[in-house]
Design a protein around this ligand. Structure first.
Ligand code: ADP
Length: 449
């Protein structure tokens, strides 16, 4: 069968749904092809923090932020390997992206957080603090805008005319091949390739199948392969992010002590600190990987949060055995089989650093509270393959570029499938604005094409 639309979006995660809504808002007829039976991709599994400068919420918390600081922290945090013009777009349009989501109905919590996200807290959450809220709002908006959604429909190849312009997509649906003709443009929003062991090892041999992975199983890099087949340039492919604070059993992100990075410390399996806990994700991940047994403990005291939701959540983790709770540090050391002298010394030393606001041992900057109010909490943490920072190269209009850095006509891309937005390391909370900001540009550009 043949189906014809103005815009065909491949992938039903955060970037794809944003692009679809944006294209439809421009009056385009839009199809979204999603290979799995449900929307959401990696977006729905994320910790779902959205970074943007927001004076109204940041000022009452004494956070003096600016677009320039956001730019510098993102660009320098990525070790200056991103395309600066794309970082500029991300950091200057993130606030408009959030406003767009709010107009669609997303409710934002007033909490502003920072999780390995640069020096200034600018992370926003939805009410339920999860990715489901975002996908729900975007999915509903697609329905309202008349976007046609094709689930269980896997894009297999991009179609080109004789001039090299992209004119559509072939896709597989229930043993049928469907040709989708795209009059104005095709938008790649297929996410990354973290779940594809062979592909990630091609770019970084150390990322073997023994590592845990937080990704949705559909994160296989098919969009990148399809783009390569029509001559797309790829960039930053070797930068594959390991998330440093994952569950040691399934590599998931959610069973952590809330705010542990800001309010607690990390110790190795002997019981000693080994790094400044507010280091970049890449530095933390490397340090955790090189500890004996490849995992560490995140430790906090009873002052980890003032929010009742956080306390209830933590008690749930204690009940499930994910978090160990103890009335003294000696008891904690006994339960975790740590050296009690090392643990007590490490924490006494850290507490002195908080008092002095100076950590001579590891030079941590975030020294908020001492760890001295029992009960104490600990949970084991390790690294997980989380986000592939490289992908197809785009320009400021999200046009996919070929090896001569010229746009491939009618082909656009947004979200984790692209490279050059984050560079070699990603600030926590930057992938949501990545999806929304570039998804909006891709949808608008493709519709007007
Ligand atoms: P992003 O955060 O960039 O939006 P996600 O991982 O959230 O990325 O979403 C990507 C979506 O694309 C996933 O739902 C995934 O199942 C889908 N996808 C990946 N490859 C294909 C393909 N070949 N055809 C259709 N959908 C695909």
């Amino acid at each position: 069968p043949l189906k014809t639309y103005d815009v065909v979006v491949i992938g039903g995660g955060g970037a794809g749904l944003t692009a679809a809504v944006s294209a439809a808002q421009q009056g385009a007829s839009v199809a979204v092809l999603e290979k799995t039976g449900s929307l959401g991709g990696n977006t729905i599994r994320a910790t779902a923090m959205y970074n943007c400068v927001d004076d109204a919420l940041q000022r009452p918390l004494n956070i003096a932020d600016s677009e320039q600081l956001f730019f510098e922290e993102t660009y320098n945090g990525g070790h200056q390997k991103a395309k600066p013009e794309l970082v500029r777009i991300l950091t200057s349009q993130a606030d408009e992206g959030l406003a767009f989501l709010q107009e669609l109905g997303l409710q934002i919590d007033t909490v502003i957080d920072n999780c390995l996200g640069g020096e200034h807290a600018r992370g926003h959450y939805s009410k339920a603090h999860n990715g489901t809220d975002f996908i729900q709002v975007l999915g509903d908006a697609c329905a309202r805008e008349g976007v046609d959604l094709y689930l269980n429909t896997k894009a297999e190849a991009l179609l080109q005319d004789d001039s090299g312009a992209i004119i559509g997509v072939t896709a597989a649906h229930e043993r049928q091949t469907i040709q989708f003709e795209a009059r104005r443009g095709v938008i790649l929003a297929t996410g990354g390739f973290g779940y594809n062991v062979e592909m990630r090892m091609h770019y970084d041999q150390s990322l073997t199948g023994d590592l845990l992975c937080s990704n949705a199983p559909g994160t296989l890099g098919e969009g990148i392969v399809m783009a390569e087949a029509v001559g797309a340039s790829l960039m930053n492919m070797e930068y594959i992010e390991l998330y440093p604070m994952a569950d040691i059993y399934d590599g998931g992100l959610h069973n952590s002590i809330p705010n542990a990075i800001n309010h607690g410390i990390l110790v190795n399996t002997q019981g000693d600190r080994f790094i400044r806990e507010d280091a970049g994700r890449d530095e933390l991940a490397e340090a955790i990987r090189s500890q004996e047994h490849g995992f560490v403990y995140s430790i906090a005291d009873d002052d980890f949060s003032t929010l009742q939701e956080d306390r209830d959540f933590l008690e749930g983790l204690v009940l499930m055995g994910q978090v160990v709770k103890a009335d003294s540090l000696d008891e904690l050391a006994r339960l975790l089989d740590l050296d009690p002298v090392l643990l007590n010394t490490a924490i006494a030393d850290y507490n002195r650093s908080v008092e002095a606001q100076n950590d001579p041992r590891f030079h941590r900057k975030t020294l908020i509270n001492k760890i001295d109010h029992p009960p104490f909490y600990a949970t084991a943490k390790t690294v997980t393959v989380h986000h592939t920072l490289g992908g197809v190269e785009i320009n400021e209009r999200t046009q996919v570029l070929n090896s001569q850095k010229q746009p491939i006509p009618h082909l656009f891309a947004a979200g984790e499938v692209t490279g050059g937005i984050h560079g070699a390391n990603r600030l926590g909370g930057n992938s949501f604005p990545d999806c929304i900001v570039f998804g909006r540009i891709a949808g608008t550009e493709a519709a007007r094409n």
